[in-house]
Design a protein around this ligand. Sequence first.
Ligand SMILES: NC(=O)c1ccc[n+]([C@@H]2O[C@H](COP(=O)([O-])OP(=O)(O)OC[C@H]3O[C@@H](n4cnc5c(N)ncnc54)[C@H](O)[C@@H]3O)[C@@H](O)[C@H]2O)c1
Length: 247
Amino acid sequence: MMLKGRVAIVTGAGQGIGRAIAIALAKESAKVVVTDITGKEVETLKEILSLGGEGLALKLDVTVFKNAKRVAEKTYGEFGRIDILVNNAGIFPFKPFIDMTEEDWDKVINVNLKGVFNCTKAVISYMVKQKYGRIINIASIAGTIVGFPQLTHYCASKAGILGFTRALALELAPYGITVNAVAPGLIRTPGTEALGEEMIKQFEKQTPIGRSGKPEEVADIVTFLASNKANYITGALIVIDGGWTLI
Ligand SMILES: NC(=O)c1ccc[n+]([C@@H]2O[C@H](COP(=O)([O-])OP(=O)(O)OC[C@H]3O[C@@H](n4cnc5c(N)ncnc54)[C@H](O)[C@@H]3O)[C@@H](O)[C@H]2O)c1
């Protein structure tokens, strides 16, 4: 019951890491507003309700500020607080830079980076008024620690998230709001299935812990950062990659 009385919004929570985060926060008794662009947020909410949790499912395309604002208003209207925002929604379409179009670039930056701006901007006045908040941004080892070929747009967006996290942590510290980033290595999700079994196996072989990560393992870190056990952590980048970036 580490998050009893807390209200959380999770983006991209219809599947994968976001879904695991939403469920993990609910298991710690947070009320969770599960959002996604697909409609699958409803399934995640069903799972939360079946576990005895509380929440709301709302459709949200993070690239549209007015949608993010509406989600924040509905959350506040329903639960009277917004304590935790997890900016998880993200896309990772591989494309060599030589073939990359302006549209390819804009799409990734809009979802992965502008989306973080939109959702954070939408909730910030509530958190400032409460003098309490936990903002957790799902970055990646890509762009923050290492580069990845065919992911220039993605790496730029995740490096951008790290810079944003650090600057915002400084601005919001006086208001009791912490801002942190999490950098996963390879985590098996519906999104990473597109990498293909061969690439996944190769990545796993190169990982000191010898396997890919599970969405629930990322969710555990996020739950910790969202809790009062992490009160003195802000502006941090927490790497969760089975040791992949050590070698
Ligand atoms: N899985 C990994 O190996 C890995 C590694 C590092 C970082 N990450 C990051 O973790 C996050 C989640 O990744 P995942 O593997 O679970 O991916 P996923 O593709 O399985 O899930 C991503 C979710 O985001 C949603 N989404 C996409 N565009 C959206 C938009 N415009 N508005 C709202 N929601 C949108 C999708 O509908 C989907 O439900 C991403 O930010 C990703 O970059 C993942």
